[in-house]
Structure formats: structure tokens, C-alpha cells
Design a protein around this ligand. Structure first.
Ligand code: GCW
Length: 638
């Protein structure tokens, strides 16, 4: 089947003629936004003639990416602060028209000027933690792409406000390191595709590039030759891509080289690259995923979640002003449930961005349905201090919202059709972190499937409940990591337990969990006192995250009166039942959607059910065997 005809290719920009719309004419500023408006209107009206005018203009009173939409079917005005704002205004109008809006009095501006996707794409065409086929950018060691598809991809991303993308994996190997030396004309062509959509490229670079590519003896950031190498190489990059947003660097992390191995600080490492980017207005995005991945599991003092704060907080103020620390949202690694990273909002003199993951590495790998928006809403709702929440990006000096992409060469972009909702939600919530999961999910369903209530309500409910369902059959109460090692799909309770990765639940016959309070590893002390106190005390620690901070006996009574062990049993049985409910829901709405939407999702739900059953039986049996405590309800445990 032609990919463009398969349901899902157009995602939330479905060609769907809406009979109630009038015909439109366009006037005002001609250019890219105007053309996009024309195409979008044709998509929604089928080119119906009419005389409702849409006027496009630039307004000096708005910031570059901001826009206003005013008017009604008597006439509509879109004004953008700049070209990007105008384009966002066009997409904003089209989305509102698709959802049946008829009157417009909208002013929008993004909460942050950096809304970024990171692709973990390798030059051989594979995608690290990718579950949607192959790379959109690379193949067999070369830059290779379908220009039409990339153009459509750029439109999808721009329509949800994404304005920067890193095209290659943060794990940079030799060939991808060469992107900044050998392959610049090709990278520049990709930049050309994204540019009109207001999207700038980022390139992941290898920290040891001076040695690896330049033949220098060292990559020591304090070495003058090294600094000069970065300056020259970067100048060359900017000759080809003058508007490159910057470089992304994963250093001293999971066997990647970095300044630490050369006796230098993270700041010294970041600044040498930042100085090379500075004349061109580029940013050094420096990841904070630095921890000891060679820990002895017998070591109960080292606590991996403390690592990022320990390394970076003392350096607050040492980073150049074009370094942006890129901090994973939680102190572990994209688990189903984590507290926020204590580093977020903790540095007054350092620029910071928050990294999320749209790709579902630990959250079902786009086989299982998982509404990330629900989790992100909690992350944004998380207190940084008693008066401020993470969603106050400006107040907490969080200047970028970044996510690892979930897209690839699959016809529907995201593998699981409903995983498109996660990409959509990311763009919308990065633009406006006050949006709720319910709001963005409803928008996505309306734009993708329409608003027929017989389909709309059940689908919205199913998607919104999916995070809680996955959590039920996964590791309990925030403890995380009970996954199969390496590939991270499916259960393995002790898979990481005797390993070097610093991820332990330390379950014995009586209790489970690591005490991270002041009586234990002291992670709590890294938080603002308000948050610290909340986590310190079992009475105030939110129950769903209890096992992240406290070691509990299996007979610990939760607020419901249930014991911990019974909670584990119950949630794991419920999780499976809930997935069966998803299948029923999907069957009940089958007739209201195209068959090529129904079938692939049904197949994935069947796979999800198997996975949930495996989780239920492995986790329940593990704890039954450890504790010898029977299920109160007498259900079968193996
Ligand atoms: O958890 C790990 C992932 C790696 C990833 C790393 C990171 C790109 O399993 O695949 O590497 O996180 O975020 O750097």
C-alpha cells in the first residue's frame, strides 16, 4: 500500500473534509505560512469556494514565536510575531477549525523558546531504543532519506511547535562523529528541509573528536590545540549550516569518554565546546546522565540517583552562558514512576533543560499502550519548592524541554498508532506545560479520528487510563527496573539486581526497597527542604513513589488498609484485567474507524495482553516465593 494512503501517515493532520466549514480566501503576507495555510484549508474544505477571508500578517507587538487569531466566519486574522509565529498561527487555526471552533480570540506564546526532539539514530540506519522502524535520516553508513517524507515530518513537528531536532544518537560512534567533518553538505540539505518550518538542527558530537577526527594526541579541554580544533571544526560546520542550534554531548556517561577521565570537570569539558559555538550563537547541550555504571552491587553506600546532583550542583556558575545542561526528568532513567530530578531548578547560575522520553524504552516499547502525557502532567505538577512547580519553567530557570523521539520509518511514524498521541502531547505540553493530559489527548483523538462521541469518549478514556494500567502490572510503587536487561521489555525482577548498573531493589524475605532518606543514602537531602520533608516521612511521601524512598516490610499497611504484598498481587491481577478491557473497548469502537487503524492496534493490544500476563505471573510468583504469603483472594500464583 502507498504509505501516504495508510491511515496514520497524516497523523493529526488528517485530510478530512468538514462539511460545516465555509469556503475561504486568503490575503496578506505571502510566503511559507501562507502556502501552508492554503494547503491546510484545502485539506479541510476540499477546496470549497467561498469568501470567508483569512488575513495573514506580522505584528511587531508579539514575540517571534507568538501569534494571535481573531475573528469568525465573517473574517479571520492571524498575526505572528515573526515567520515562525505566523506559521504556528496557521497550524493553530487549522487545528481549531478541525475541532469545530467557529469564533477566535486566541493569543498564544510558548512557555520556552526551546522545544526539542532528540533522535537516537545511528548512521547504519538503526535507532537506539527505537520501536518504529529504521532511521528517518540515515542508512548503511550514509545520510539517506526520503525528502518528501522528511518534509511531511517537518510539518508534523512544526504543527505542534517543535523547533529544534538533534538528528543523531547521543551515543556517537566514529561514523556519526564524522557528521561534523565529512558529511556537512548532506547535513545541510536536511537543515534546508526543516528550516522553513522553523526547525533548527542539532548535531550530537563525540567528546574526543579532536583526537578521533583531528588526530590530536589528546582531547583535554584545557589543551590549547584542542580548543583550536573545536573552533575550526565548528566554524566549518557553521559555513554549511549557519543556523545550527548547537551540539549535543553525552560525556562521561555509560562508557562514553568525557572530561572526568582526563581529570577535568564537567564545566571545563562543556566550556571548550561552548566557546567554539559562541561566535555563531550555538548552544552546547551537555547531558547530565553521569553516574557510575560499573558499581559493585554489594556496595550499599553509592546510590545512583544521587549522581547527577553530586556532579553538577557544585559546578553551578562554572558553565559558560551558552551551555545548557540537559537533565533527565527523574534521577533514575525514564522509569514508569520516579520523583523529579533534584537537579531541576536547583542551579541559579546555570542554564538547564529537562529531558523526557517520548520513545517508550521502559514504558512498553510502543507495543503496550502508555499515555506519557499523564506522566508528564505529574512531572510538571511536581513541586520544586513549596511555592513553585516544575511547570513554572521560567521561575525554575528551565529553558528547554527536550524529548527522545519515538518516530521512525514505519508508515505511521510511531509503530503503535496510538503512540502518535505521545508525540503530539510532547509538542503541546512543551509549548504550554499547564495543559493537562486530558486536554491534549482529547485534541489528538479529535484531530486524528474525529469527534463522533461513540468513538471519542471510549478512546480518550482508554488512552488516559493506560499509564496507570501499565504501572499496575509493572514494578510496584516506584521501585522500577524489574525489566529484562539490555532490551528493557518484559519482566525480570532480579535482572538488574546483581549487576553493575546501580539499580537495586534489594528484596529479601521480609522487606523490599532502598532507604533513601537521611537514615539511608540521603538522596532526600538533595531536594529543596519542602520536598525533602515530604519524601523523608512515610506519612507524607506519596504512596505511589514510596518504594523509591523507603524500604518497607511486605506487611506494611498502605493507606487503603491493604498490605504491601496484597497490593502487589491485586494490582498485577487488575492490570491484566484492564488490558482485557482495552481490547473490549477497541472492539466496541471498531466500526467507527478505518480498518487500517483498527487492525494494527488490535494486534498490539493482543501483544500487550501477553506482556501484562507475563508481568503479572513473574512478579506475583517472585514475591510469593520470597515471602510465602498467600494471596488473600486465593488466585493462582505460580
Ligand atoms: O538508559 C539508557 C538507555 C541507553 C541510552 C542512555 C542515555 C542513548 O538504555 O540506550 O543511550 O540511557 O540516555 O544516554
Amino acid at each position: 500500500m502507498d504509505k501516504n494512503n495508510q491511515f496514520g501517515y497524516h497523523a493529526w493532520l488528517q485530510p478530512r473534509v468538514i462539511e460545516s466549514l465555509p469556503g475561504f480566501t486568503l490575503s496578506g503576507l505571502e510566503g511559507f505560512a501562507y502556502d501552508e495555510c492554503k494547503k491546510g484549508i484545502a485539506r479541510l474544505t476540499g477546496g470549497k469556494p467561498g469568501n470567508t477571508n483569512i488575513e495573514l500578517s506580522i505584528s511587531d507587538t508579539l514575540t517571534h514565536e507568538a501569534y494571535t487569531i481573531t475573528g469568525s466566519f465573517d473574517g479571520i486574522s492571524i498575526a505572528g510575531g515573526g515567520e515562525s509565529g505566523l506559521l504556528y498561527g496557521v497550524y493553530g487555526l487549522l487545528a481549531r477549525l478541525s475541532q469545530g471552533q467557529t469564533q477566535f480570540d486566541v493569543t498564544e506564546k510558548p512557555a520556552t523558546s526551546r522545544r526539542i526532539l532528540n533522535h537516537w539514530d545511528n548512521i547504519d540506519g538503526s535507532v537506539e531504543r527505537g520501536y518504529s522502524g529504521k532511521s528517518l535520516f540515515f542508512k548503511d553508513g550514509q545520510i539517506a532519506y526520503d525528502p518528501e517524507r522528511l518534509h511531511d515530518y517537518a510539518r508534523l513537528l512544526a504543527s505542534i511547535g517543535i523547533n529544534q531536532i538533534c538528528i543523531n544518537n547521543v551515543n556517537v560512534y566514529f561514523q556519526s562523529a564524522q557528521l561534523i567533518t565529512q558529511k556537512l553538505p548532506d547535513v545541510a540539505r536536511i537543515a534546508d528541509i526543516f528550516r522553513p518550518f522553523g526547525i533548527k538542527l542539532i548535531i550530537s558530537v563525540h567528546f574526543e573528536s579532536p583526537a578521533l577526527l583531528g588526530g590530536l594526541e589528546t582531547s583535554d579541554p584545557l589543551d590549547e590545540d584542542v580548543a583550536n580544533w573545536w573552533k575550526q571544526a565548528t566554524a566549518e560546520v557553521y559555513k554549511h549550516i549557519p543556523d545550527l542550534a548547537g551540539f549535543l554531548i553525552k560525556a562521561d556517561s555509560e562508557f562514553r569518554a568525557g572530561p572526568m577521565s582526563l581529570g577535568r570537570t564537567q564545566a571545563e569539558g562543556a566550556n571548550v565546546i561552548a566557546k567554539a559555538l559562541k561566535p555563531f550563537g550555538g548552544m552546547a547541550y551537555w547531558r547530565c546522565f553521569v553516574y557510575n555504571c560499573m558499581q559493585d552491587w554489594r556496595d550499599t553506600v553509592t546510590d545512583r540517583p544521587k549522581a547527577a546532583y553530586n556532579y553538577f550542583k557544585p559546578l553551578d556558575g562554572d558553565f559558560d552562558d551558552n551551555v545548557m545542561l540537559q537533565i533527565k526528568h527523574g534521577p533514575s532513567d525514564f522509569q514508569v514512576r520516579e520523583p523529579n530530578s533534584p537537579l531541576l531548578g536547583a542551579m541559579d547560575n546555570t542554564r538547564q533543560g529537562m529531558e523526557l522520553q517520548v520513545t517508550q524504552e521502559y514504558t512498553g516499547q510502543q507495543k503496550d499502550l502508555y499515555a506519557l502525557a499523564v506522566q508528564w502532567e505529574e512531572i510538571f505538577e511536581h513541586p520544586v519548592t513549596s511555592t513553585s512547580k516544575t511547570r513554572d519553567l521560567v521561575g525554575n530557570k528551565i529553558e528547554a524541554v527536550v524529548a527522545v523521539a519515538n518516530t521512525g520509518s514505519d508508515a505511521n511514524w510511531t509503530g503503535h498508532l496510538l503512540a502518535q498521541a505521545n508525540l503530539y502531547a510532547f509538542g503541546k505540553m512543551a509549548w504550554d506545560p499547564t495543559l493537562t493530559a486530558a486536554q491534549v489527548t482529547k485534541e489528538w483523538v479529535a484531530l486524528t479520528f474525529g469527534t463522533n462521541p461513540q468513538l471519542f469518549d471510549p478512546m480518550v478514556d482508554m488512552i488516559l487510563s493506560s499509564r496507570a494500567v501499565y504501572e499496575k502490572y509493572n514494578a510496584p510503587l516506584g521501585i522500577g527496573w524489574m525489566v529484562n536487561i539490555n532490551h528493557h521489555y518484559g519482566p525480570s525482577v532480579d535482572g538488574y539486581e546483581y549487576m553493575k548498573w546501580g539499580t537495586y531493589h534489594r528484596a529479601d524475605t521480609k522487606a523490599i526497597g532502598v532507604d533513601r532518606t537521611s537514615a539511608g543514602t540521603g538522596l532526600t537531602a538533595q531536594y529543596h527542604p519542602y520536598v525533602r520533608d515530604m519524601y523523608e516521612d512515610k506519612k507524607t511521601c506519596p504512596e505511589e513513589i514510596m518504594l523509591y524512598f523507603h524500604r518497607l516490610p511486605y506487611n506494611y499497611r498502605l493507606k487503603s488498609g491493604q498490605t504491601l504484598i496484597q497490593y502487589i498481587y491485586d494490582t498485577h491481577f487488575e492490570g491484566v484485567d484492564d488490558v482485557k478491557g482495552f481490547i473490549q473497548t477497541w472492539e466496541s469502537i471498531k466500526e467507527h474507524m478505518p480498518i487500517d487503524a483498527y487492525t494494527p492496534v488490535r494486534q498490539r493490544l493482543d501483544a500487550q495482553l501477553k506482556n501484562a500476563e507475563e508481568w503479572r505471573d513473574v512478579v506475583n510468583s517472585y514475591f510469593y516465593r520470597k515471602t510465602g504469603i498467600a494471596d488473600e483472594k486465593g488466585r493462582k500464583i505460580y
